[in-house]
Design a protein around this ligand. Structure first.
Ligand code: AHG
Ligand code: MN
Ligand code: MN
Length: 338
């Protein structure tokens, strides 16, 4: 049997990866691992315990109905970051404004974290995979002060760590520090994330496309032409692709990372800027996609280059296998030049 490598061992062994190698980032990653184990435990009980499943009875800032688990996950991660002391502030989907931590220890924290505590919340009640997505930046404001909005609004190219946790048939944590992508599976019997997917690479092309096709008449012609192309034998593989849409971005992304494919959430009439949020959904997965050899685009330009203007800013999102993202961009460009 090959040697079991726990996430903890892996983090310590690779500390030298970060150009500014410090124990603090390692501790922050460990805090994320612990918080995600707590959330994973709660999710596994969701069908049994009344205070975990169902609607919270309120809306978040984006007008979406909050589920109890959205709030539980948000509080769990915020507590981990606040108590850990490595982070001076956070922004999350569930909070209108960013949160600047007040303790002296936190004010000395070097990092900010932006996260989607629970992604795919409409899938909670029906026992379908959901996730957490996170992005870590070095703060821009001076150490010793409270976090500022400028710390939060950095372009994706400045991310130093990005990752996600998938609460699927098993719980997995996948992350990058800009030096490849590694995946860890939670062994519930020992309570440890263990290296199961070293150096993940996204196939250059796949045969899966993921889009909410209920929106097909609401999107631009270049995209609907591309979807027809996916369904035809004229595509890059000579066989119709399979449609797969879970409705949890993390789960759709993870499948495509392993098998090859494209995920699309375009701008549509009902969501003219797209639905997905740049800072805590699109950027972290874009960083992982690029690190695994894939691409992430608005359909016109690279996601990671966007200079964010607002915390909850939305963008059209095309992410996945390199040749597939390039192809859909060609379709969009072709209709624009007509
Ligand atoms: P969240 O649950 O964090 O609000 O995100 C939901 C997102 C994403 O996970 C998913 O791919 C997409 O919304 C699904 O939207 P549609 O139901 O419009 O397809
Ligand atoms: Mn989400
Ligand atoms: Mn969410």
């Amino acid at each position: 049997m090959s040697k079991l490598i726990t996430l903890q061992e892996f983090i310590l062994k690779n500390e030298a990866d970060y150009s500014f190698a410090t124990g603090e980032l390692s501790r922050l990653l460990s805090d994320i691992a612990v918080a995600s184990k707590i959330v994973s435990r709660d999710i596994r009980k969701a069908g049994l315990v009344d205070h975990i499943i169902g609607a919270q009875g309120g809306q978040n800032i984006q007008g979406e109905e909050q589920q109890k688990l959205d709030v539980i996950a948000d509080i769990t991660f915020i507590k981990a970051f606040e108590q850990g002391g490595e982070v001076c502030g956070i922004a999350s989907e569930e909070n209108e404004n960013f949160v600047a931590f007040k303790s002296e220890k936190s004010k000395n924290g070097k990092y900010v974290v932006l996260f989607d505590p629970l992604d795919g919340s409409s899938n909670i009640d029906v026992n379908v995979s959901i996730g957490t997505i996170f992005s870590i930046y070095k703060r821009l404001s001076p150490i010793g002060n409270e976090a500022t909005i400028e710390d939060m609004l950095q372009p994706g190219t400045e991310q130093i760590v990005a990752g996600y946790v998938l609460y699927g048939s098993s719980t997995m944590l996948v992350y990058t520090t800009g030096n490849g992508v590694n995946g860890f599976t939670l062994d519930p019997s020992i309570g440890e994330f263990c290296l199961s997917h070293p150096d993940m690479k996204m196939p250059e092309i796949g045969r899966l496309y993921a889009m909410n096709e209920g929106n097909i008449f609401e999107c631009e012609k270049g995209l609907s032409d591309y979807i027809k192309y996916c369904q035809s034998r004229e595509n890059q593989t000579g066989m119709p692709y399979s449609g797969r849409y879970i409705g949890s971005l993390v789960a759709d992304f993870h499948r495509n990372l392993i098998k090859g494919g494209i995920y699309i959430y375009p701008d549509v009439l009902s969501a003219p800027e797209g639905k997905l949020r740049l800072l805590y959904e699109c950027n972290p997965l874009a960083f992982i996609a690029e690190q695994a050899g894939g691409l992430a685009s608005t359909g016109r330009k690279r996601i990671l280059d966007i200079k964010p203007e607002r915390l909850h800013q939305r963008v059209p999102y095309y992410v996945g296998s390199k040749l597939m993202v390039e192809k859909v961009m060609q379709f969009i460009e072709a209709t624009e030049n007509k």
